[in-house]
Ligand binder design. Sequence first.
Ligand code: DGJ
Length: 743
Amino acid sequence: MGAFQCSFRESAFCSARSVVLVFLLWHAGSVFSPAWAAGADVIRVDQNPTRWTISTLHSTYQVILTEDNNLAPGYFGPLSGARLFEAPEYKNTESGTVLREIPYRGGFVELTPALEVIFPDRTRELELQYTGHETGELDGYPYIRFEMKDTHYAFQVSEYIRVIPELDIIEKWMVLKNTGPESVLVERAYSGSVLLPPDSYDLLHLSGEWGREFFPRRTRLTSGQKSLFIRGMKSQQHPPFFMLRPAGDCEENYGPVWFGSVAWSGNWRIDCEVNRGERTQVSGGINFWDTHWVLEGRSEFRTPEMIFGVSTDGPGGASRRLHRYLLDHVMPRPFSRQVSKILYNSWYATTFNVNEKDQVALARIAKDIGVELFVMDDGWFKGRNDDRAGLGDWTPDPVKFPKGLGPLIKEINALGMDFGIWVEPEMVNPNSDLFRAHPDWALHTPNRTAHQGRHQLVLNFAREEVKQFTLEWLDKLLSENNIKFIKWDMNRHVSEAGWPEVDPLKQRELRIRYAENLDEIFRTLRQRHPEVVFESCSSGGGRVNQGILGLVDQVWTSDNTDPGDRLQIQYGFSYAFPAKAMVNWVTDDEWHRKTTSLKFRFHVAMAGNLGVGSDLHQWTAEDKRTASELIRLYKSVRHIVQLGDQYRLRDPFAENRMAVQFVTRDKEESVVFAFQTLETLPGAAKGSSDRLILHGLDPEGTYLVHGDIQNEEIVGAVLLASGISVPLSGNYSSKVVLLRKKE
Ligand code: DGJ
């Protein structure tokens, strides 16, 4: 059964429950309108007892000042629904505040600590007291900063909460200040923690492996801890993302859902803990496994942000909030506001055998079918004939490109396309000039095997020299060539994360410094070369997270381009990330040796950021005509797909159908993609309904419905109530339906 959705029988039961909740919320909303909607302050302070209330459009987050001068989390959920849910009890009689807004190691530890430090005199406990707060605005959005101070040591903690009211999202991060002269050892500094109203919850997260990334997983949280994390700086296993909803709820677009993610491209961790009295805590940030930070005297440490949000319209609403959040607040401008160019990538056609003549031959066909950006993948640099050599030596291979990249780029530009190129800057092959000159630049541990992955080692990005070297060669490549697109790959996990040249204390900072330097390299390159679009790749979707999406414009979703599998991968991806970020190539690769039409493959890829990766020489004239037509169609709808809101209509994990709808934010246009995988046997009961109930449209508008079904004019309210019928027949069949609101 897919994700948070349930079978028809369950669904009837669930909807009864949702209807009650929706009624309660609606009723509560009509009586106690959210403060934000009424134009009141987003952040309000009440005295006696002191309580801070953060109001977003549909949710409330409260913090309480306790009798012993600590901060406790109050209510966090839909509306100011303390009337619907009880806030957790924050103290025991003798123990002082045990449910803390900033849970720390010290005293009675009842929650997963967000902070663990060791002071210079070896004291390993914190004792924090509230000292004040400040409100203000950061990038046009309100924030509150809570100040806490240790009762004995020269150590302060600021917790920031920045509010995006219209998306019902809060961002949390912490700044630790060592105001004394000696170092404090930070063993853990999470970004933040929240406590949900006491209840039983189901967790939805995404998990997978190479070739089957982003599979939705649902599990009931019971007493204890469920942790999601990565250790190797990349992982196909999870992105840092969670959704929680009351146990058993399963409507896609109804009901409360708590959701969040971590803005960190390195090792991250999210802990969901169910404690006494069905208290559910979610906390997370950097994964401090084999990691710590030496907070030197008179210095600060800032954690990355973790976001927490509340949807009142189910997982669908949570995803749409996340999509808008990433597009509007995280992904780099200006590209996050523009549609992406349709790219051609040479990998599946030529693998490492790249040269000017063959690339230009592919580019001509690509141009003819409507491609706008030609990307030469792996194989272009010195000594790179397979994956055993070359990484690290970033100059054009003198045999393949005797006159450098200039002539090739010129020809691509003359065809009217931008040129892009593949790089893998974090890696080095032992068989490279770079490694021979600087073997110590690769991560290594003396007297231990230096394990290779894909015949390569990982460069120690924590080192300043490595950061400088990387910045220099990339800057040179971009300055000397008219390159408008970089595909930044990362094809192996980190192992033997040793740095023997520095003392063991500093070595344990390696993973944090690595991620910080990666961040700095991207930011510097973007600043120096603002016209360049960046794509992150990691053997497919091995590094897809909010951290990397703050640095790049799109991600390579999966090396698995089989269109049937892609329906599932893309469906899972949509829980956490917007379609604009999700690059899909049409290829001839069929992992399960089925035969699908070019049209089906295009339709699948068009439900995201379209690219082409086929060997175009194998295409017939008819294939090229079909491709041109579909690319023309995509160009007319890509603004809806990439910048609009997304509604999941059919779950490919639950049935032999998948359908997804995109709607522009102004509700003027919409596009629906409907797919059938294996047809049910003739004569057997039909597996799925042809009817698709639509969402997000203006109920009062009249829409012209056209495309692969009969043209019709239908009122928005009817489309929202009864939908449209999109019959599909045959294995791997698909239809695209377009809607445009009439003047
Ligand atoms: C792995 C990527 O996922 C592929 O798309 C391709 O770029 C290869 N690396 C090149 O080595």
